[in-house]
Design a binder for this molecule. Sequence first.
Ligand code: AMP
Length: 113
Amino acid sequence: MEDCIFCKIAKGEIPSEKVFENENLLAFNDINPKAKVHVLIITKKHIESVKHLEEIDAKLIGELFLAAQKIAKEKNMEGYKLVVNVGREGGQVVDHLHLHLLSGDFWFNKHQL
Ligand code: AMP
């Protein structure tokens, strides 16, 4: 989508600290980290949120979680949190589906999720 910040990052029009990329997905460091490691994994396809997922996206969503697993393994994470915010009431600010991968020194441990 034209005005979507994550679409622009996916196309390389806005710079990001890339962590992983394949045909369907891109992962990059969150600009405002809430943990020691805070990576965002996005679909290159513009999907607004979990609310907008369709049956045809099932495989892609599986790939999203497997990418998180791969990145976590590469970064030697013992444990981690995977978070998806849905809608404004759910804390979603950017309307392009993304998975937060967080590990170490959690902001969440001080502020209940
Ligand atoms: P959410 O609240 O789930 O929509 O999360 C959006 C996340 O995107 C926030 O954690 C922001 O810090 C992050 N963010 C926004 N703009 C950028 C950017 N240009 N590069 C990296 N992360 C970003």
